[in-house]
Design a protein around this ligand. Structure first.
Ligand code: ATP
Ligand code: MG
Length: 424
């Protein structure tokens, strides 16, 4: 026997026991996005490498070491998308969706990063993201954070996530701050780790984001970005906070939150949880007013976020919210006797016509009552509908309740559709 081929490390199959929870999460994301007037956009999974280098930034973790980049057969450098914002902006510019108009878009799909696989961190993972273009005012910053807060409520995880918020100011303010920060870091260089020393020259703000506690301690009296803000940035951030206060959304201002991608300015935020170990960020985003112009479009403000679907599924599973939706069948049709099979299958067809959402599985392969009941139980169905010669003769069905104490009963066939509609 030859050796079986395995999936690539960090790229996972999603098995039928898990797809139920994925579908529930995806349906919630779609519904809430449309509750706020966002429409779906679908982009290719492969893009020119230059797109990500120019948008995410050459000296970011993603571009430096995480991208799946390869040469196409004709020699073009292509990359499996590591995130969605760059592609979304590229598509917006290419199709004239952005200039002088408002756009509210969402996307969902696989992303690829060559990271060390571990719980909540994979090489193929799935993001849901949304982007709003053409609105420079703080109302939209607050609205997309409110939208994200609604997602957690709808998914039942709002008690387990907290919002961290910061402002990065404008590019000019950040440039002035950057000089002060580099000066401070140079004086503290002995206390920094290798990563931070390297970043100090390439991308000094990222040092603030270091996960190393020694580095964090060395930063205790680092200059503060907010001290470099002019009135406009200050007012923008104050307005976002005020709107969140009014909406009853709690947040923590984290002045070290800078985000790993270069294109952000002004508002940035992350939703974090302590229930996932080291991979604690569930959702992250912010404003990127310069990105559209940077990618060759006419200057257009933008803001968005992306969330990791695997991390949501892990949270729901660890909170035991996944179990209720594992079953893929609501009702199972048992048919006893070969004369009954054709009639039973015709009845099942009629029930599917009348109750379009029903998940109805018909027994295949014959066998006695015991064997069919076993399959019905294993299917996860809530009820078994038993059809034998007696039932057909009397135009009834025997209903056996598979989960709970309710007694078996005989019902006229005509009542089956309403029984199925109410299984919920
Ligand atoms: P992290 O700090 O965990 O590496 P990140 O800042 O690189 O996250 P973003 O690029 O902001 O992440 O992506 C948004 C979200 O996508 C993250 O908050 C996370 O939920 C999810 N995500 C990012 N990378 C991965 C991955 N390798 N596997 C699974 N989910 C991921
Ligand atoms: Mg990362």
């Amino acid at each position: 026997m030859s050796k079986a081929i395995q999936a690539i490390r960090g790229m996972n199959d999603c098995l039928p026991t898990e797809t139920g929870i994925w579908q529930m999460v995806e349906a919630t994301l779609r519904r809430v996005a449309s509750n706020y007037g966002f429409g779906e956009i679908r982009m290719p999974i492969v893009e020119p490498t230059a797109l990500f280098k120019r948008s995410i930034g050459e000296v970011t973790d993603i571009v430096e070491k995480e991208m799946y980049t390869f040469d196409d057969r004709n020699g073009d450098s292509l990359t499996l998308r590591p995130e969605g914002t760059a592609s979304c902006v590229r598509a917006g510019i290419q199709h004239g969706l952005l200039y002088n108009q408002e756009q509210r878009l969402w996307y969902m799909g696989p992303m690829f990063r060559h990271e060390r696989p571990q719980k909540g961190r994979y090489r193929q993972f799935h993001q849901f993201g949304l982007e709003a273009f053409g609105i420079a005012t703080p109302d939209i910053d607050a609205e997309i954070i409110m939208l994200s807060a609604r997602l957690w409520r709808e998914l039942g995880i709002n008690e387990f996530v907290t919002l961290e918020l910061n402002s990065l100011g404008s590019n000019e303010e950040r440039a002035a701050y950057r000089d002060a920060l580099v000066e401070f870091l140079t004086a503290k260089a002995d206390l920094l780790d290798e990563d931070s020393k390297r970043r100090m020259h390439t991308n000094p703000l990222r040092v603030l984001d270091s996960k190393n506690p020694d580095v964090q301690a060395a930063l205790a009296d680092a200059p503060k970005l907010a001290d470099y803000f002019a009135e406009e940035s200050r007012a923008h951030f104050a307005s976002v906070c005020q709107r969140l206060d009014a909406a009853g959304i709690k947040y923590v201002i984290n002045d070290r939150l800078v985000r790993g991608l270069d294109y952000y300015n002004r508002t940035v935020f992350e939703w974090v949880t302590s229930s996932l170990g080291a991979q604690g960020t569930v959702c992250a985003g912010g404003r990127y007013d310069g990105l559209v112009a940077q990618l060759g479009g006419k200057a257009t403000p933008g803001i968005g976020f992306a969330l990791g679907i695997e991390r949501l599924v892990l949270m729901l599973t660890s909170l035991h919210k996944a179990e209720q939706i594992r079953a893929q069948v609501d009702a199972y049709v048992i048919m006893l006797g070969s004369d009954v099979e054709i009639i039973a299958n015709n009845l099942a067809e009629q029930w599917r016509d009348l109750v379009p959402d029903i998940r109805l599985q018909c027994h295949c392969g014959g066998g006695n009552m015991k064997k069919q009941m076993k399959r019905a139980d294993k299917s996860g169905a809530k009820i078994a509908l038993i059809l034998g010669e007696d039932e057909i003769a009397q135009q009834t069905v025997t209903v056996k309740y598979l989960r709970g104490q309710q007694e078996q009963e005989s019902l006229p066939l005509a009542q089956v559709p309403s029984l199925l509609s109410n299984l919920g």
